[in-house]
Each structure stands twice: as structure tokens, then as C-alpha cells.
Design a protein around this ligand. Sequence first.
Ligand SMILES: Nc1ncnc2c1ncn2[C@@H]1O[C@H](COP(=O)(O)OP(=O)(O)O)[C@@H](O)[C@H]1O
Ligand SMILES: [Mg+2]
Length: 348
Amino acid sequence: MLKVLILFGGVSTEHEVSCVSASNVCKNIDKEKFEYIKLGITKKGVWWVYNGSEDKMADGSWEYDTENLVPAVVSPCSAHHGIMVLNKATKTYEIIRVDVAFPVLHGKNGEDGTMQGLMKLAGIPCVGCDTYSSAVSMHKCAAKIIAETVGVRTTPFVRLRKCERDTAVDAVKSLKLPIFVKPVNGGSSVGITKVKSLDALEEALDVAFETDDLVIIEEGVVGKEIEVAVLGKDDVLASVCGEIVAGAEFYDYENKYKDDTAEYYIPARLDDVVAQTVRKNAVEVYKALDCKGFSRVDFFVTESGDVLFNEINTIPGFTAISMYPKLMAECGIPYSELITRLIMAEAE
Ligand SMILES: Nc1ncnc2c1ncn2[C@@H]1O[C@H](COP(=O)(O)OP(=O)(O)O)[C@@H](O)[C@H]1O
Ligand SMILES: [Mg+2]
């Protein structure tokens, strides 16, 4: 049986979402094919093997479930090919070999190439994108620039470093209001503000710079929000399009995870030709960013049918209600089989 290391939590603004995603992966992983170890990382960056229940992972109480927590780390030594776990009786660390790691981590310190780099050093095959493609995909400016090189359009944007802050009003002069101010390396809408008047720019920058030293400021797009689930490496599968209708001013954190006001349409309410263009662009972006494993590629489609790339998520939300697994299910790949495919794509 293959031994899978499931990483969850993380030092990230998307910590809580990761716990829910990972809990669902554990509940649905094929237990006849895989054994799994849950390695949780607290928001402060403390690592534990967690032997308790998957419900406690989801609601965040796992990190207080002390009798089920064992200190552990991933060993960067590739001869170990696994984790070092404290034996509480002998007070020594034991090495447990693992076959594959599945980082079910969202955002910083997990989806941005850092964990992928550690796995590379450790010699442990890792589900999803490698270090480079994770980092470049997470970087909202870099991902857009690369998308444009393969003919995929994006909305006009500028970038602003924290040290250039006093030039902000000048920097956004070329953009039509409303504009969106976002941390470049962020997720789950944390740190994002829709700015309708330049009077609100300073506050939006304060919020975005809390998450990152680099912000992207984009022209707001009026249109449908469309997401495509992409799976694979050499043979790439693009799902049908999914559509999100935000229940708020935009698809913000509350709207994504807390209230129940967003609406979802699978398949998206798009003309067939436009839907094909979105799917084709999703694959183009995925390949241009050297992605493998899986990613969700997000677009806007305007009233006149223009398709604009917004962002890519290399470890998309994996909760029971998340778009990625729903889109794959629509393509005939149920959640459990999806997990198997992702792991088996990396198994040596
Ligand atoms: N340029 C834009 N025009 C219109 N809406 C936008 C724009 N950028 C972001 N949004 C809204 O903000 C949400 C979050 O932005 P996104 O770039 O997807 O960041 P995150 O990585 O946090 O999900 C989007 O789902 C959308 O509702
Ligand atoms: Mg998004």
C-alpha cells in the first residue's frame, strides 16, 4: 500500500480553508489503495503529526487535541524519504518513509513553491505543480504576463511595490475605475478591495500591503466569473466551465466561505463557442506556466464575449462544495477517483 503524507493548515491566510479541504481529502481517499499520515502545520508554523479525527481537522480544534499530536518534521535528507516523528517514550526521532506527499495547503507557504521545494530536497514525489510553476502561478503579475505571451488576454493592470507607495495615484492613472487592489501573492480574496473612487485608494493599499509587499492594481471587469478545472501533465483534461455569481459586491472571503449568497452554475451559462475558448485558454495558461497535477484557472467573460484570464490556483479549494471537485465530477471523475489520480500521477 502506498503511504501518502497529507499536509494541511499552514502559515497562511487560507489556513482554515486548507483544514477543511484536507479533512475532505482524508475522508474520501481510497483506503484500500492508500495509507495516509496527516501532518498539520499551525498558523504559527508548528508541525505535528495528527492522529485524531478528520472532523477536528475541519473545525480547527485538531491543534488543541494534544493527546493526538506528535511533534514531526519533513526530513530534507533524501535518504530518509519521509518524516521524522518523535517517539514520546524513547524521546528520539524515528524516520517514517512516505511514498508521496499531497500538500493540501492554500496560499502562502504551501501553494507558492515553498513546500514543493522542501519535497524536492527531501526526494519525496509531490502532488501538483513543482517549485517553479507553483511560485510563478501564485504571483498574480507573473502569471498574467506569461498568459499574455501565449495570446491569452488579461485586464489592464499595474504593480506597485511598498516602497513606491507615494506614487500610487500616478500609477493607477491609466486604469478606469473601479479598480481592484490585491496583494500579488494572496488568495481567498484576503487583502482585496474594490476601489470605486481614488479617495479609497490609500485604505485599500493599507489592507493589501498587510498581506504582501507587492500589490497588483487591476481595472475592474464587468462580466461573468468563469472557472475551469484542469487535470494532468502531458495529456491535459479541461473540465466544463463553472460560473460564479457573487452574492456581494465581488466574490470576497465572506461570500466564498461564510454566507450562502453566491450562486454557482455548472455548466456556466455561456455560448458554446465562448465556453470552448475559455477551456482552450485554461489549457494554454496551464501549459505556459508549466503546471502539472491540477489547477483551477479563473477568467472573466464580458458581455461582448471577451475572455480575460484572472488568476490560476495550483492547489484549488478541495472542500466538498469547492468548484474544482464539482467540475471534475461533472466530467465523470468523482472526488475519490480524483484523489487517486492525483496521487498515482506522482507515485514512483
Ligand atoms: N479585475 C477584476 N474585475 C472584477 N472583479 C474582480 C477583479 N479582480 C478580482 N475580482 C473579484 O475579486 C475576487 C477575488 O480576486 P482574485 O484575483 O480571484 O483573488 P484570490 O486569489 O484572492 O481569489 C474575484 O473572484 C472577483 O470576484
Ligand atoms: Mg480567485
